[in-house]
Design a protein around this ligand. Structure first.
Ligand code: BES
Ligand code: ZN
Ligand code: ZN
Length: 483
């Protein structure tokens, strides 16, 4: 589903309208009739902060009432959620287009409503029969924004961000039998080329030549070849001399390997490439929005499976940078493939490397699905900015420490480092493992909790959420504005 977002100067005749209004000031608006106002004013208190639908003989009016929250970003999130509530009505009434009108001076509130509508309207319909799709799909395709600060430039940026957030969701929702490492690389390549992004895909031979032992070892149990994809966006007039490097975990399916996942733990592991999807999609949105930043994305990809020659616990492997790793658990595979990419990133002399990965169940247990776990080394300023972005886009970042002492937990008796720590602080020891392969300002994001949902909520659907795309996009856009 593609939705066109455009700025409009007036409400087209017969058009359905979403009126966003501050609750307290509602009686002053000229956009409602007297009857409509008194109807809303008479509502019981608990109902009145929400959404009201009116039928105006064929066209529809949805009044969204928001309240000023203590923090600006909370008000914005409230507007996204209000927007997501419109979708149910749009579907029931088979509405094709709406205009979002608001008299609040802040246009970002109207944009947030549009965001909520678009993100909540997402569907993954690929595997339904056409007759079912016809019933499920929304015929909705146009959103107009009526606001004097709604410029075409702003809305084009938002459109790009929405398009690629949904692309990330599509990638994650694709099951493992439709998406292996080579398939992932091909899909990324296809999308990157029209966006002025240079693509390089390393095949198995090249990965062997580069001695990327982490990727190759995880791949030993697979019948499909691994890939290493490099996306490079270096627009004319970019503001940063050294590139920002994003690394995304591309495990197309995680069975756990020989330490096979039991019970229901394997369910949903097609989403173990959510980091890859987020990093690549954020770059696509950046390129589509023509943000003047030099950004490189690295995607190590393979599935983690069980086959004849699969990695076994106790194996010692040699990584791209020469480090010997004792693999004590084959289910801690993400850090093995990510480590090779992090060593490889040194070649680019990065300003900052930010990795994003569904890395640990530990991160999920710590904060659930409400945010993203973040750690950093030597990147405190960037981390603060990232947290700000996290609030703005409501993909909030919770920081955990990478204290020196945690390193002791991943010491090995027979090699340079072990790939797991003890029972405690699992998200941190994973981050600490990654840090071993870095020598630059470094941020690690663990999105294990928020990447996949088994129940829809607000503008987040069942299945893939696309978490990380809006976060990384906003972070990089702000960096471009700063200098
Ligand atoms: N892909 C998983 C992490 C994960 C868990 C993502 C739940 C999404 C939801 C990762 O590869 C993994 O299996 N990690 C292990 C590490 C352990 C063996 C040290 C974990 O967290 O259990
Ligand atoms: Zn695993
Ligand atoms: Zn994994």
């Amino acid at each position: 589903m593609h939705i066109t977002l455009k700025n409009v100067k007036e409400i087209p005749a017969g058009e359905s309208v979403v009126l966003l209004h501050k609750k307290e000031a509602l009686l002053r608006t000229s956009l409602l009739t007297r009857k409509e106002k008194s109807y809303i004013a008479a509502l019981p208190k608990d109902k009145s902060s929400d959404i009201q639908a009116f039928n105006r003989f064929g066209s529809h009016l949805f009044v969204l009432l928001y309240e000023e929250k203590p923090q600006g970003y909370q008000t914005v999130e409230q507007c996204r959620l209000l927007g997501s509530k419109v979708v149910k009505h749009i579907k029931e009434l088979d509405i094709r287009s709406v205009t979002i009108a608001s008299t609040d001076p802040d246009v970002s509130l109207s944009e947030a409503v549009a965001e909520g509508v678009i993100l909540a309207g997402y569907q993954f319909n690929r595997f339904f029969q056409p007759s079912t799709v016809e019933k499920r799909a929304l015929s909705f395709s146009v959103i107009g924004i009526l606001h004097r600060k709604a410029t075409k430039e702003r809305l084009d940026v938002l459109s790009a961000l929405m398009e690629y957030t949904m692309f990330a969701r599509d990638l994650v929702n694709l099951p493992a039998n439709y998406l292996n490492a080579e398939g992932l690389s091909m899909l990324l390549q296809e999308r990157a080329l029209p966006l002025n992004i240079k693509v390089t895909v390393f095949n198995r031979k090249k990965i062997e030549a580069l001695k990327m032992g982490g990727i190759l070892s995880v791949n030993r149990g697979s019948v499909d070849a691994p890939t290493f994809t490099i996306l490079e966006y270096k627009p004319e007039g970019h503001r940063n001399e050294k590139p920002l490097v994003l690394v995304g975990k591309g495990v197309t399916f995680d069975t756990g390997g020989m330490n096979i996942k039991t019970g229901s733990y394997m369910t949903g592991m097609k989403s173990d490439m959510s980091g890859a999807a987020a990093a690549a999609s954020a770059l696509f949105a950046i390129a589509a929005a023509k943000i003047p930043q030099y950004v490189i994305v690295l995607i190590p990809a393979t599935d983690n499976r069980v086959q004849g020659n699969a990695l076994v616990p106790g194996d010692v492997i040699t990584m791209h940078d020469g480090t010997h790793v004792e693999v004590l658990n084959t289910d801690a595979e993400g850090r093995l493939i990510m480590a090779d990419a992090l060593s490889y990133a040194k070649n680019h002399d990065p300003q900052l490397v930010l990795d994003i990965a569904t890395l640990t169940g530990s991160a999920m247990r710590a904060i659930g699905d409400l945010g993203v776990v973040g750690m950093h080394h030597d990147a405190g300023k960037f981390m603060e900015q990232l947290k700000e972005s996290g609030e703005q886009v409501y993909e909030r970042v919770v920081e955990l420490p990478l204290w020196e002492e945690y390193k002791e937990m991943i010491q090995s008796e027979i090699a340079d480092i072990a790939n797991i720590g003890g029972a405690n602080a699992g998200a941190i020891t994973a981050g600490k493992f990654l840090q071993h392969f870095t020598d630059y300002p470094f941020i690690h994001l663990d999105i294990a909790g928020a990447a996949l949902r088994d129940k829809a909520k607000g503008y987040l659907p069942t299945g893939a959420t696309g978490v990380g795309v809006r976060l990384v996009f906003d972070f990089i856009r702000r960096l471009a504005e700063k200098k």
